[in-house]
Design a protein around this ligand. Structure first.
Ligand SMILES: [Zn+2]
Length: 273
């Protein structure tokens, strides 16, 4: 939830561009991998930046979101290039009455034909979070950070508890930034209804998930940067973990008692350690 005065459309576009750029810097978005969407629950006039309009069918029916505005990356667009020309890389979708269709506003410089193919998962997560928390702002980011994704190929890391006890032990701030830990869901077909359903359910408990053998999805109801920071923190923990595997596990990591002491000092509630 964010308080008035609400960010202007241009501020949101810039923040999405900066998050995409940072995800690219940490190598979490090779080629056209990754996608970002932002929900704004206040009136936004998209027409100066996005003067073209068409009606599009939504991947799921969301009547409760009628009138809501979404900024969404276009299919095949590169996260690192959004910052150069956000309007060319993003569409602005306003949900119509009944929630079966939306008005998609785009720029004459538009570089895509459709919104991201992962928009079904994004929209389902936004819908679920808005209905349960009544937030007026929500962002969802999918990226493919290599160390977290690599760990998801190793069977023993395909378990939420094991994964978190190993990746969150390398820096004191990891448990502070990720107190609910990173959720894990096994490989499911990208863009599929099964992946969408599993993602919605797991994001009730977590604010970032590993999609096994694929990448991650993170959400925030505070800012776009907060969601990309979560990906960066989790990826940093995974990077240490991979370094440790490569050095025959010479590293000790913070012990559970040390992590519990950090949680006590910083009032962090967690049930991982
Ligand atoms: Zn992907």
């Amino acid at each position: 939830m964010i308080e008035a005065p609400f960010p202007e459309l241009d501020e949101l576009l810039t923040l999405i561009g900066e998050a995409g750029h940072r995800l690219s810097e940490i190598e979490a978005s090779e080629g056209a991998a990754g996608n970002i969407s932002v929900y704004a629950g206040w009136p936004v006039d998209p027409r100066r930046r996005f003067p073209l309009v068409e009606s599009v069918e939504l991947p799921l029916t969301v009547p409760e979101l009628a009138g809501a505005t979404f900024l969404v990356t276009g299919s095949g667009r590169r996260l690192r290039e959004i910052i150069q020309d956000p309007a060319a890389n993003l569409g602005c979708l306003v949900i119509e009455e009944g929630g079966q269709s939306g008005l998609l506003y785009t720029s004459p410089r538009r570089l895509f034909s459709h919104l991201t193919s992962e928009f079904n998962s994004h929209l389902a997560v936004h819908h679920d979070q808005v209905l349960t928390s009544h937030t007026n702002f929500h962002t969802v980011i999918h990226a493919q950070p290599p160390y977290l994704t690599f760990l998801s190929h190793i069977p023993r890391y395909q378990d939420t508890t094991y994964l978190n006890r190993h990746i969150l032990r390398w820096q004191p701030e990891l448990i502070v930034q990720l107190p609910e830990g990173v959720g894990y869901i096994p490989f499911l077909l990208p863009g599929s209804p099964l992946l969408m359903e599993a993602t919605v359910a797991a994001l009730h408990q977590h604010r970032i998930l590993v999609w096994g053998k694929h990448g991650v999805i993170a959400r925030s109801d505070v800012s776009v940067k907060r969601a990309s920071d979560r990906i960066e923190y989790a990826e940093t923990g995974a990077r240490y973990e991979v370094m440790n595997l490569e050095t025959n596990e010479l590293g000790e990591g913070l012990r559970p008692d040390e992590i519990k002491a950090i949680c006590k000092a910083f009032n962090v509630e967690q049930n991982i350690f």
